[in-house]
Design a protein around this ligand. Structure first.
Ligand code: ATP
Ligand code: FE2
Length: 338
């Protein structure tokens, strides 16, 4: 087991975040800064500039908050991919700098696997089916033969990007997911027995895969035809989440596993958590979701995966520390899970 603290740097997209795990692998709340563009989506270059400018101050604040000094840090981990190239490169450059300045090991980790590992640790799951729902990714995953295998995934955009894009069309700034959740639940409060009549949307399931762009276009069309925003938000959530829950249930059925674990930013959503619990309960399985601060992108999950990798003897040499925008969940060997 590593004898010192591990620092984690997350910079795949909109958020720069520093996090720490202590020598026993316990994560501490991360210090994060998120780009919130005045209009339009996230611009990779602008996000990278934000990360560069925010870094020193953010790291200083984390050390102050946690009460540890740089000399207590024994390793530094960073998100090597997947993500936006310019943003990834800032995180990698920071990590290389800290590694050489403090003369400590460098560990490049897979961002998707980090979402999974913090969930497994926080929820105490053994061998779950994972429903990884974030901005860029929507995957159903199971561990098999030393890898996290993708059993089903979105064929077009991630569910979070779909929610953000739909929201942006209504003038709601990034991140749109939490605002859609709020609008939907407010609408439900004043319409306790909703009917789907008039709010029909396409179902996003394609075998074990998903596709969200058609649902988003259809939801926008409902608004164009005069439907109430709250009603459309509610309906969009119900349809999109039901599709994710459906393929997660198929995965549980095919593999015979009995734990479902949620991860990624969209896993903050209370309605999605509720739907997963309902499905799992009906199958006599269990559904788990980590604390919300560990669902959204955070440096603590990167530190935790770095700690685990180090514990299994893996570090990253400088010449192998380049970023990989297209790194996939199943490309990373996972030697520690069952
Ligand atoms: P990844 O690289 O793993 O795809 P990401 O860059 O999308 O990660 P995350 O922080 O994992 O970042 O997820 C952000 C997404 O989560 C955004 O699309 C945001 O709208 C969505 N989100 C956050 N909270 C909620 C919520 N309560 N309901 C629905 N969506 C949410
Ligand atoms: Fe993420």
């Amino acid at each position: 087991m590593p004898e010192a603290w591990t620092l984690g740097i997350e910079s795949t997209a909109h958020t720069l975040s520093f996090g720490l795990v202590d020598p026993s692998g316990t994560p501490y709340p991360a210090m994060s800064s998120t780009v919130r563009p005045d209009e339009g989506g996230i611009h990779p270059r602008e996000a990278a500039d934000h990360h560069k400018d925010a870094a020193a101050n953010l790291l200083g604040k984390l050390l102050l908050q946690t009460g540890i000094s740089l000399s207590e840090i024994g390793a530094v981990a960073f998100s090597q991919g997947p993500g936006l190239g310019p943003c990834l490169r800032i995180g990698a450059a920071l990590a290389r700098g800290i590694s050489s300045r403090l003369n400590i090991p460098l560990i490049g980790v897979n961002h998707c696997v980090a979402h999974i590992e913090i969930g497994r640790q926080q929820c105490g799951c053994q061998d779950p089916i994972l429903l990884y729902v974030s901005g860029g990714n929507t995957q159903v995953i199971a561990h098999l033969d030393g890898r996290y295998r993708v059993l089903g995934e979105t064929l077009d955009i991630g569910i979070g990007n779909m929610l953000d894009k739909f929201a942006r069309g209504q003038g709601i700034p990034f991140p749109g997911g939490p605002v859609i959740e709020k609008r939907a639940s407010e609408w439900l409060e004043s319409n306790p027995n909703p009917s789907l009549v008039g709010l029909e949307l396409p179902f996003a399931v394609r075998g074990m895969d998903l596709a969200f762009s058609g649902v988003m276009t259809a939801a926008q069309r409902l608004l164009d035809n005069g439907a109430e925003l709250g009603a459309v938000c509610w309906s969009l959530q119900e349809h999109a989440f039901a599709a994710c829950v459906e393929i997660a249930e198929r995965a549980l059925a095919h593999t015979g596993k009995s734990e479902l674990l949620l991860g990624g930013g969209v896993a903050c959503n209370t309605r999605l958590r509720e739907m997963c619990t309902m499905m799992a309960t009906e199958r006599e399985a269990t559904s788990h979701a980590p604390p919300r601060m560990y669902c959204i992108d955070n440096g603590s999950m990167i530190a935790l995966l770095g700690h685990i990798e180090l514990d299994h003897g893996r570090t990253t040499s400088l010449d192998k520390s380049g970023v990989d925008q297209y790194l996939r969940t199943d490309q990373t060997p996972v030697t520690w899970a069952v």
